[in-house]
Design a protein around this ligand. Structure first.
Ligand SMILES: Cc1ncc(C[n+]2csc(CCOP(=O)(O)OP(=O)(O)O)c2C)c(N)n1
Ligand code: SF4
Length: 350
């Protein structure tokens, strides 16, 4: 536990991004997590992605539940909006906030206990409704905060630090998110920032529900031999399927997708270029992707990268035809259209 506060003064020569902020402006408080916890690397990747994408910190709302992972929003984007919900309830609070104000970028941070155990129903409904958000699960296979019990994502047959074997079938959040209709689904590893940062950038630019399952080892309770979420196990079994790169519209003219790459248009007008590492994997073909992932996972491989993306993704606001303006900016005339309209509405329901 540290009580050190970060100095608020920055060196004047620190590099600024296009909206005038240094990378330090995207940081939060000093982390109180265990040294070596994967979650801290994910916080670093979020900072890097938001700085590189020139996102003004006050345009972001970060929401979380309960757990070591859910504490992390305190350690990044200190100048953004934040809300720490009760255990497993982040998705519904995020959905409500998003419906009230669509102008912010919603970042949901959760743990495998928070999302796959107590919050599983909440996770499912946020995905199937297509809430536009970046939803990151920091997946370590245990409840780190409460001292290392198996979570619902722990693999059957994996062994706890004190030798107990897990007999339950694992919930695969990636498979669930795909089945439930998430339109951007990725998996990464906290130890691979070169892969994780572009995946977060892609999720930020995506126009619908974006889910990233990040394997994030818990060094205190799940980093031993026999664990399938340890640094060693993930490094040995990780197979990246592709690498993300972004190209803008000007470059699009020259860039034609060849066999080694796939071009996917994004909601913000840019193009996402995917370098294929596994030649027969097409992340825009959902059914094939689901089959491919299951086949790889049954061989003990941990497939990472952008697993699925729907170039035509739409979000909940499009489905509900909601107000383009945040609700707190609507004037009384827009909020209360008058008794004649109410009478008409009532009559239509009789
Ligand atoms: C309603 C409720 N039930 C149980 C708990 C106890 N609890 C706190 S955190 C946690 C699980 C945390 O695991 P995870 O979400 O995987 O996060 P990690 O700490 O591993 O990052 C549990 C069960 C709680 N805080 N509230
Ligand atoms: S207990 Fe585990 S998850 Fe929690 S901070 Fe320590 S290493 Fe990270």
């Amino acid at each position: 536990m540290t009580y050190l506060a970060k100095p608020s003064l920055h060196h004047p020569s620190l590099q600024k991004n296009a909206v005038g902020y240094t990378r330090r402006d995207y940081e939060g408080k000093v982390s109180t997590l265990c040294a070596g916890c994967g979650h801290d690397s994910i916080s670093g990747a979020i900072v890097q992605a938001c700085w590189q994408l020139d996102i003004a910190p006050h345009r972001v709302a970060k929401l979380s539940g309960i757990g070591c992972s859910s504490k992390t929003p305190d350690y990044f984007l200190g100048a953004s909006h934040g809300f720490n919900t009760v255990h497993g309830r982040m998705p519904s609070v995020l959905t409500g906030a998003n419906l009230a104000n669509r102008e912010l970028l919603y970042l949901g941070v959760s743990g495998d206990g928070d999302s796959a155990s107590i919050g599983l129903g909440q996770f499912a409904h946020a995905m199937r409704r297509g809430v536009r958000m970046v939803y990151i699960v920091e997946n370590n296979g245990v409840y780190g905060l409460t001292k290392g019990q198996f979570s619902a994502t722990a693999d059957r047959g994996s062994v706890a630090k004190k030798g107990t074997e897990n007999h339950d079938t694992a919930i695969d959040l990636v498979a669930l998110a795909l089945q439930l209709g998430a339109t951007y689904v990725a998996r990464s590893f906290s130890g691979d920032k070169a892969q994780l940062v572009p995946l977060i950038e892609g999720a930020i630019r995506h126009g619908g529900a974006a889910f990233i399952d990040v394997i994030s080892p818990c060094v205190a309770f799940n980093n031993h031999a026999g664990s399938t979420r340890s640094y060693d196990h993930v490094r040995e079994h990780n197979e990246a399927l592709n690498r993300i790169d972004f190209i803008d519209l000007d470059a699009e003219q020259q860039a034609r997708g060849d066999e080694a790459e796939i071009l996917v248009p994004q909601a913000d007008g840019t193009q996402l270029r995917l370098k294929r590492l596994l030649s027969d994997y097409d992340p825009t073909d959902k059914l094939a992707a689901m089959n491919h992932l299951q086949a790889l996972q049954s061989q003990g491989v941990i497939p990472t990268g952008l697993l699925y993306v729907d170039p035509e993704a739409r979000d909940l606001h499009a489905a509900l035809k909601t107000s383009a303006k945040p609700l707190n900016q609507l004037a009384e005339a827009e909020l209360c259209p008058g008794s004649a309209l109410l009478d008409k509405l009532n009559a239509s329901l009789r």
